[in-house]
Design a protein around this ligand. Structure first.
Ligand code: CA
Length: 665
């Protein structure tokens, strides 16, 4: 069907070339519009419309009084302009009105679209809204500032879905499932312990990473009382916040203002905000708001002209085409400037080309070089884009200042994401030490790692530790509690599962690179054993805030890990050569134990030497350690930064399935 569409397009180009029509033999020949005024420039005096639709034979602008209902009150023809664009100016104040574009190619009128650069919409994102952006700023927005950040390795990321954060009955928050929940302070669980933003401050993480919060398609914003749920990996309007997270999705201003209020509140709490961006595919293909402007241009095709599907979602965008690249770069710049967003997590970043990602980095550097960029360094399926051009993990050395997720450390610690019954290092699996060491060193070259042995990567893939995200769980697949339970060795007790959990996150928070946790892991969340909860109900996905009390021991430990990392720059080294020089793995130690020393006040640490011992065995292990008067700060599932007890001598016993951390002043 799509092949026919392309044939029809080519035919139409020839047939209608007499009417100023330019023929394009390939997408490479499409004109590129370089201006910054695409689609709408609003002022009270006039609204200027300019839409890029280079293959259209005619373009209409439709004006509406309502964001979703009723017929257009005015339909006008747009005029062909420069570089594939069509123009129309209306010299009256259109504030409060809505609009769509509609293109004709040959005899066919395509569906209406609010455009792809649209910044405000009515309910369900079908019509673009004309608003005055100045009215979307919460009070004090002009003085909103990004919290300070020196190095990317100082970051601790907390990945959370807007709904999960507040929706439980014991969250203490009023704006359940809304952006505004992040503005509520003083909220408590049933036992009176802090929830919400106060909890995040208490935990000490530096960045909140929001699952997709742009306008996505899968939830009907007119039926929010049905309590449908989706992660949101189904993009509709990239430059508009999701309406379902606002208090009034019909009001175009509400979602924008409330998103900004959320950012402002997190910034006031000293927390930066990361957006999960999903430019790699759109919810629908032919009917997407992109495709309705320039059919097929924004998507990759296979050799036989069918659309390719590296996203596994039915289509993949073509970042290497200039107008798609321009769109991605300008979209992140827009979120960083208009919404003060501090970081971007690129979904399936491997679908994008390296050049586009480096242009994203360069554009954000101009705004603030501390804006963090990271992504999934893989695709979900094969792509026509050559592998050497993809922003995948193995090409990460060519990605300037962009980080990738380390599936190497993730699956070494907990076992394969694909096979839920397989367990990893923390549950006692043999021979994963080199994979764990790979993660500890932050994915950089280190002379004591045998690169033939890690489970996935057979070579270091980053230049600097700032390019590695260490994690053991995220929204995908089973959460940590469920995975450890599902894969538990025969005879493992519930108490042992807690030990495995603490050991896994100890590796994450003491490894070089950037630590990342999935929201609720710190209160021992579970998702009732469900693998991918992208449309599971709140009862599965919500954070049960009473777990903070019930699993206080787990929360206290996670809190200690975040505090340890924050207090000790030795765990946050930003330069590869310092790691190579000061991180030494201990030799001649028992199987399934990894131990290393961070030496000589590295990275300005107050502690002279630090010893980290990670015991993957389900029994206590004794090993030789360097001689000295050590103080223990982490041992047998407890952390106390002021010291648990002193120890000297060359023999040390680490408790079963746990970490010990020692230092010399
Ligand atoms: Ca939506």
């Amino acid at each position: 069907m799509k092949r026919n569409l392309i044939k029809m397009l080519l035919l139409s180009m020839v047939m209608y070339s007499c009417n100023q029509k330019v023929e394009y033999a390939s997408f490479q020949e499409y004109p590129v519009y370089t201006g910054d005024d695409l689609e709408l420039t609003y002022s009270p005096d006039e609204s200027k419309f300019r839409v890029w639709a280079p293959t259209a034979d005619a373009v209409k602008l439709l004006l509406y009084d309502n964001g979703s209902e009723g017929a257009a009150y005015e339909v006008t023809d747009m005029k062909r302009s420069t570089d594939g664009t069509w123009k129309k100016e209306i010299t009256e104040d259109l504030k409060g009105k809505f609009y769509t574009f509609q293109i004709r190619i040959g005899e066919k009128w395509f569906s209406e679209t609010p455009g792809m650069w649209v910044k405000a919409t009515g309910v369900n994102g079908k019509r673009a809204a004309i608003i005055d952006m100045n009215t979307t700023n919460p009070e004090g927005w002009e003085s909103d500032k990004r919290p300070p950040l020196n190095n990317f390795t100082d970051i601790s990321i907390y990945e959370v879905h807007v709904h999960d954060f507040s929706v439980s009955s014991n969250s203490g928050m009023k704006n359940k499932g809304k952006f505004l929940a992040f503005t509520e302070t003083g909220t408590k669980n049933t036992a009176g312990e802090a929830t919400g933003i106060d909890h995040l401050k208490e935990l000490g993480i530096t960045h909140v990473h929001l699952l997709p919060s742009y306008d996505y398609a899968s939830i009907d914003e007119t039926k929010l009382n049905e309590n449908k749920y989706n992660w949101g990996y189904d993009p509709l309007n990239y430059n508009v916040p999701e309406g379902g997270y606002s208090t009034n999705p019909y009001d175009p201003v509400s979602r924008i203002k409330e998103f900004k209020s959320m950012v402002q509140s997190l910034h006031k709490a000293g927390i930066r905000v990361v957006m999960d961006v999903v430019y790699n595919h759109t919810f629908t293909g032919e009917e997407s708001h992109l495709n309705l402007l320039a059919p097929s241009y924004f998507y990759r095709q296979n050799a036989d002209s069918t659309w390719s599907n590296a996203s596994g979602c039915g289509n993949e965008t073509a970042s290497e085409r200039p107008m798609m690249r321009k769109f991605i770069v300008e979209s992140v710049v827009y979120w960083a400037t208009e919404y003060h967003v501090d970081g971007f997590r690129f979904d399936l970043m491997g679908i994008h080309d390296i050049e586009t990602m480096n242009e994203v980095r360069a554009a954000l550097d101009k705004i603030d070089p501390t804006i963090f960029i990271y992504g999934e360094g893989w695709t979900a399926a094969n792509s026509p884009l050559a592998e050497e051009e993809r922003a995948v993990k193995k090409n990460a050395k060519q990605l300037n200042g962009i980080a990738v997720f380390s599936d190497d450390i993730r699956d070494a610690l907990k076992g394969s994401w694909m096979h839920s019954e397989i367990h990893g290092f923390v549950s006692g699996t043999d021979s994963l030490e080199e994979s764990v060491k790979f993660g500890i060193a932050g994915g950089i070259q280190h002379g004591q790692i045998d690169y033939t042995k890690p489970i996935y990567s057979k070579a270091p893939y980053v230049n600097q530790p700032t390019q590695t995200i260490n994690y053991v769980s995220c929204h995908d697949d089973m959460c940590l509690v469920d995975k450890l339970k599902e894969s538990k060795p025969v005879g493992a007790t519930d108490a042992e599962l807690v030990r495995f959990n603490k050991l896994a996150q100890t590796v994450i928070f003491t490894s070089q690179g950037v630590p990342f946790i999935y929201a609720g892991e710190e209160v021992y969340r579970n998702k009732k054993g469900i693998h991918n909860t992208y449309q599971s109900p709140d009862s599965i996905n919500q954070i049960d805030w009473d777990f903070k009390t019930k699993y206080n021991d787990v929360f206290t430990y996670y809190h200690g890990l975040v505090a340890l990392r924050k207090a000790h720059p030795a765990f946050r080294i930003s330069k590869a050569e310092l790691i190579q020089k000061h991180l030494t793995f201990l030799d001649s130690i028992p199987q399934n134990v990894v131990a290393y020393k961070l030496s000589d006040h590295v990275n300005g640490d107050s502690w002279k030497d630090i010893l980290v011992i990670l015991n993957g065995n389900r029994k206590a292990m004794t090993l030789n350690i360097p001689e000295g008067n050590w103080n223990i700060v982490c041992h047998d599932g407890q952390i106390n930064l002021t010291g648990i007890k002193p120890v000297s001598g060359m023999s040390f016993t680490v408790a079963p399935s746990s970490a010990s951390i020692l230092y010399i002043e």
